[in-house]
Design a protein around this ligand. Structure first.
Ligand SMILES: [Zn+2]
Length: 350
């Protein structure tokens, strides 16, 4: 809260209209966990109740979306918030944490509990079902033979099926002897073992999100617009009714957040920089914002288009396509590291 001030002198909550407590904390446009940006403007016009509703969406954005992969980048630069990362592998608001598989011998094996960018597969047994599909049964620490048998049968194993064993070396003998007792006539094959060293392996990451994720994206666009536009709008205007309802409840006649192709994404200031990009423009029937978090040539995050209004807007209301890039760089202020600077960006039409 130390850096930057909103130019919107709100006295009531933009979502529910309740008068604001003068000492109340405001909401950050870009989640703090994505780094605190030097010169970033904050938006203060939120009551505690609406703030916590916004946090529900942010929790899913931070824990479940592809952007969660890039949070290390932010926390490296903002050590104060490093503690907030504990318990990150849990999912949020009905969506699971991202899952990762690694391809070994042509099979996609689940990756062991994530430690940074580990691609070590978790202990598992793989077999092909009668219908040709492949089943993967995870073997947990201290799992007994009976529990393992139940899991195999539940996954569709039938007698005679060849089983592939992929477990850590120290547990290998234990698991195989367990299997030999359970299913004496099955044949076992081991997946190949990678020698220590650097390997290029194929893998698949799966990100699952629901409406809460999109509420968080919409909030970033809306608050950013209110903080940085020169229109002096409070956010309570009727033309923002729909976007406000979506941000607090997830309900909307038409989803206001849609994916856009890479072509329409403005490049960051420098291709080497990673940046959050939020910019705005007109369409025939309203104001739209573009939100692209952790944008850069190498990252795989996707940009989202957020429809903020449905009304016609006058030509001078949004002067051009304009916006800001929150660029990561090494800025130290008073001995404390900050994630970077906020730079104005302007994107030319056509
Ligand atoms: Zn409120």
């Amino acid at each position: 809260m130390k850096h930057g001030h909103s130019e919107v002198s709100a006295t009531s909550c933009i979502y529910c209209g309740l008068p604001l407590n003068a000492s109340g904390e405001g909401d950050h446009t870009i989640p703090l966990a994505y780094g605190e940006f030097f010169k970033a403007r904050n938006f203060f016009g939120l009551c505690d109740s609406c703030h916590s509703k916004c946090d529900q969406g942010a929790a899913q954005l931070l824990r479940c979306g592809i952007e969660s992969e890039y949070r290390d980048y932010a926390t490296l630069r903002s050590e104060r918030h490093a503690k907030r990362r504990s318990g990150m592998s849990k999912g949020a608001m009905g969506a699971p944490a991202p899952s990762r598989t690694v391809e070994i011998d042509g099979r996609h094996l689940p990756v062991r509990q994530r430690h940074g960018n580990s691609v070590e597969p978790s202990d598992c047994i793989v077999f092909r079902r009668a219908d040709g599909s492949e089943a993967t049964v995870s073997v947990f620490p201290r799992m007994g033979a009976r529990a393992l048998a139940r899991k195999l049968l539940a996954a569709g194993w039938v007698e005679g099926t060849e089983v592939f064993v992929s477990v850590a070396e120290e547990r290998h003998a234990e698991i195989v002897s367990m299997l030999e007792t359970l299913i004496p006539r099955a044949s076992y094959r081991e997946t190949s073992v990678l020698a220590a060293g650097v390997h290029r392996v194929k893998g698949v990451n799966v990100y699952t999100v629901n409406t809460h994720y999109f509420r968080a994206i919409a909030k970033i666009a809306f608050h950013h617009y209110l903080c940085w536009s020169t229109t002096q709008e409070s956010g309570r205007e009727p033309r923002f009714d729909e976007i406000r309802r979506f941000i607090t409840t997830g309900m909307a006649a038409q989803p206001p957040v849609v994916s856009v192709g890479d072509d329409s994404v403005p490049p960051p200031e420098s291709p080497a920089d990673v940046a959050h990009i939020v910019c705005f423009g007109r369409t025939a029937d309203g104001l739209v914002g573009l939100v692209h978090l952790f944008a850069n040539e190498d990252t795989k995050t996707r940009p989202w288009l957020v429809r903020l209004t449905h009304d016609e807007i006058s030509d001078d209301e949004v002067p051009d396509v304009w916006g800001h890039a929150y660029v990561y760089c090494d800025i130290v202020d008073g001995g404390k590291p900050y994630a970077g600077v906020v730079r104005e960006i302007r994107i030319r039409h056509g």
